[in-house]
Each structure stands twice: as C-alpha cells, then as structure tokens.
Write a protein that binds this ligand. Sequence first.
Ligand code: SIN
Length: 289
Amino acid sequence: MGLHIEPLEGVGAEVLDVDLAGELSNAEFSAIRDAYAAHGVIFFRDQDITEEQHIAFARRWAPININRFFAAHPKHPEIAMVSKEREQRDNIGGGWHTDHSYDHIPAMGSILVARELPPEGGNTLFASMYAAYDALSEGFRDMLSTLKAVHSARHIFGEAPGTHYSQSDAGGGRIGNASAAEQLRDAVHPVVITHPLSGKKALYVNPAFTIRFDGWTAEESKPLLMQIYAHCMNPAFTHEFVWRPGSIAFWDNRATWHFARNDYHGHRREMHRITVEGEPLAGVAPAVA
Ligand code: SIN
C-alpha cells in the first residue's frame, strides 16, 4: 500500500498516493478511516473522479443523506450543489459552522469535490473541536460536560423574514425548502461529546446552529457561547485549505467546524457535496474528584 498520511498544522491531514477513481483496497480504506477519525478532516489532491465515483466513495462510508435545503445536482440527487455564480454576492457556508447539528442524529460528514474554482480565493477554513476541547482547563471541561445545548435550523433556513438565507441571494435557487426547516424539532446535544469513531472528546456547539444551552434562555447562554466560540477560533486549532483543481475535502461534523471564504466576487465557484449519515451522539461524564 503506497498510501500515506501527512498531518497538517492546526487541524487535518493530507492523504497522499491514493486514487479515489480506482477501487480502494480494504487496507487503504481502513487507513483513510483511521486518519479521518484521528484528524477530523482529510484532504486529497490531484483526483479526477466522476460524479458516480464520488457517490460510490461516499456510500462506502455510510448511507447518503440527501440535503433538504441545498439545490441538488441535476442528474444526481445525492450530490448537493454548493455554488456561487459570477454575479452573486453571497456564498453558502460563509461563517463558522458544522453541518446538521440541528438534526437529532447529526450527519457524520461531507465529501466536497472542487468542480470549478475562482482564480484566487474561495479557500475553506477548518477548526478542530478536539484541539479546542483539549486546550481547556480540567475545571472548565468538567463544567461544560454537565451542559447540553439546543440546535436549530429555523433561523438559518426557515421561512420567517430575517432568516440567514432569506436575506441572501443564495435563497431562491441555491437554498430552498424553508418549510422543511420550520417542521424540524430542535435537537438537544451534549456540549462535550465522545466522538463515535475516535472515542476522543470534542466540543459540540457552533455559531450557526446552536441557539442556547438546554434549560437556559438565549440571553443567558450568549456570553458563555461567545467565550467558547472565541476559544474555538484560535488559529492554533485551524487550517486554511487552498483548493486546487482535483482537490477533495472530507470533514467530520462531530470533530470540526468549517467556514467557506467569500472573497472571489466576479468569479464562479462550483463544489459538489455529498453528506453521509452519522450515529447517535453520547456525552461525556464530568470527572469525579
Ligand atoms: C459548506 O459549508 O458546505 C461549503 C464549504 C465550501 O464551499 O468550501
């Protein structure tokens, strides 16, 4: 097996000497899975895969989650289109978030394939929620381990005036189905989770979808949430991925956040995203003295 893993500064690892267009051996797949669990996001370069190969690779991990809100690929409903046209102003995912935390069983992660890139810009930032957790004091970790948080999609994808996408030109075409967001029952997750694949502890709140701590008001929750977010954005836990033709990123929603930069106005960017299902999340019991 020629494949090897090169850890990156901040978060993530590059998987080298592998061809995702070919049939992966069990040994290769298992090495990729170990890297994914350990690093939270993995990157591939110089890949030339068709939509069918993208779908086949995703299915090897878990069933595909067909996105409720994103426009689907015209021929392959499994692929969500993450695109921005030359004349559009707003991008999709242009703020720190982790996908699907508003679901009761959040999706495992997404495999994003670059299909058309601007000449410059359009990078994606990733942040490690393992590293953010590890850098906290034991006392603060223990306090956070007693908390749960409420996550919602309504203020982002919903119908009410003022929701994130209703104010953006990403609505009507790129993002839609606001009524589905209204029907979702808010999800409650532990603030510190034991990651289902790695067994490591990770912070599980995010600026886009977490609306408050369970049992607290939004106003009461805000100062502590802001403190946690400021900590998680520490550059020591982040990596800025520079896309090139043939690049693929596969992130884990339970171990990382991501942020798509919107700094390429006047140019087109088209990415194909497939999201795969996850498993129920378990919290961490606080340490007993
Ligand atoms: C996303 O949040 O899924 C979009 C990421 C990107 O376009 O880089």
